[in-house]
Design a protein around this ligand. Sequence first.
Ligand code: FAD
Ligand code: 2HG
Ligand code: ZN
Length: 472
Amino acid sequence: MSSVIETLAGIVGAAHVLRGEDASGYEQDWRRRAQGRALCVVRPGSTQEVAAVVQACAAARVAIVPQGGNTGLVAGSVPDGTSTQVVLSLRRMAAVRAVDPHNMTITVEAGCILQTLQETADAAGFLFPLSLGAEGSCTIGGNLATNAGGTQVVRYGNARELCLGVEVVTAQGQVWDGLAGLRKDNTGYDLRDLIVGSEGTLGIITAATLRLYPKPAAQLTAWAAVPSLEDANRLLGLAHQQLAAGLTGFELMNQFALGLVDRHYPQLRVPMWREQPWCVLLEISDHESEAHARGLFERLLETAFEQGIVADAIVAESIKQAHDLWHIRESITLAQVEEGFNIKHDISIPVSRIPDFVRAADAALTQAVPGVRFVNFGHLGDGNLHYNIQAPAEGDSRAFVQQHEEQITGIVYDTVSAFGGSISAEHGIGELKRHKLPLHKSPVALDLMRAVKTAFDPLDILNPGRVLAPQG
Ligand code: FAD
Ligand code: 2HG
Ligand code: ZN
């Protein structure tokens, strides 16, 4: 056993240092796009243990890959193939440290599963609004490290907006306690906001203080079939006008995406998907009553029908029906996996330009790579599309992705840039998009990012080669 592994075992206990077969679940990413080999996996149980682990790794110049639920979609949470990197799993650190009802905050450790956090907030009489398909397995540390988005951003913002403080172990193994939970703090540079979204490259988040919100009296969900993307945008505009802060979700799904869910999960009974090229899922949260929310939806849909924006629509009659509709939306990613390997583009574009973007990108791709199939869905309320490409129906999908990914992604990202968008809206850069970042981000911004990385982590031991190319 190498001496650093012995040192780590001395810090966390031998049972919490995993190697070989025991480590394998931590070495492959969720999409099966990256398969690494770790020196070992270390599972500390406290902030002090994380600090000691980082000190030991820094002294031995061993790189650390922080890992939460390992649900990330850009291959940022698994080691490379050299068997020299330590995976630092935060999963044992899952405690809820405090709920402060007057400050409307909750403080939890980084390994707390998002769903547990939502349930804890609910039991305390509050809403913690971050919500995404992986919420049963992703951790709040991972959510903050990726600045996760999800389905409630249109009302509550990304993970960054929900975070009032972090506790961080630095690359030197020091602990920064930034958990004060202040809503106002202008004492210089905002280190919290730098850590959030840094994908494990600037520090290890060990705990966080998060905003809580009042629970709405009622939440209602509607599903609408719309004839065009322009109509989807018009419906979004109407919803903003009529519902204001009551609009908490606005999701878009194309016919092919819903067809995949229908093919692989027929028991989910996808409504209306054959009728129109697009469907939209809307959610209202209302602080008055369910009857009031229903009235708002009726008025919105009535206007939309009158204007020819919506062809067909239903408002869920029960919590179960609402849940079933959301389940269909959240199943698109899994239906894509069932269908085979695919190419993801998690992009954002100003909402007003989305119809033209989709037309331009569809046309360029259809011409360049005949047979590609477009799985297009996402958080339209945030201008965030998952403009994904499924391999042609015939043939080996893995081979197709290997052969065509660079070309396809190049076309999509060039179109995104031409429309003033971003090549990563919510999933991050990780390993998968690192080589694309310099093509789509200003050199000035990249230089500043490199300077920040060097200031925080001069030895380049925290998740090296993620987001930015390795230093040196
Ligand atoms: P991991 O995958 O373990 O890690 C992600 C990154 O964060 C890595 O770079 C890792 O090194 C770093 N990291 C993890 N924990 C820490 C820590 N404590 N300190 C420092 N760095 C850390 N994402 C969205 O934004 N919106 C969605 O709607 C969404 N839906 C999804 C649906 C499905 C089915 C799946 C599989 C994924 C989805 N994701 C979505 C992506 C993923 O769930 C998020 O990126 C999530 O925030 C990752 O959390 P995690 O705990 O799994 O992190
Ligand atoms: C979602 O919105 C996730 O469901 C996953 O961000 C998107 O699978 C994807 O591309
Ligand atoms: Zn998403």
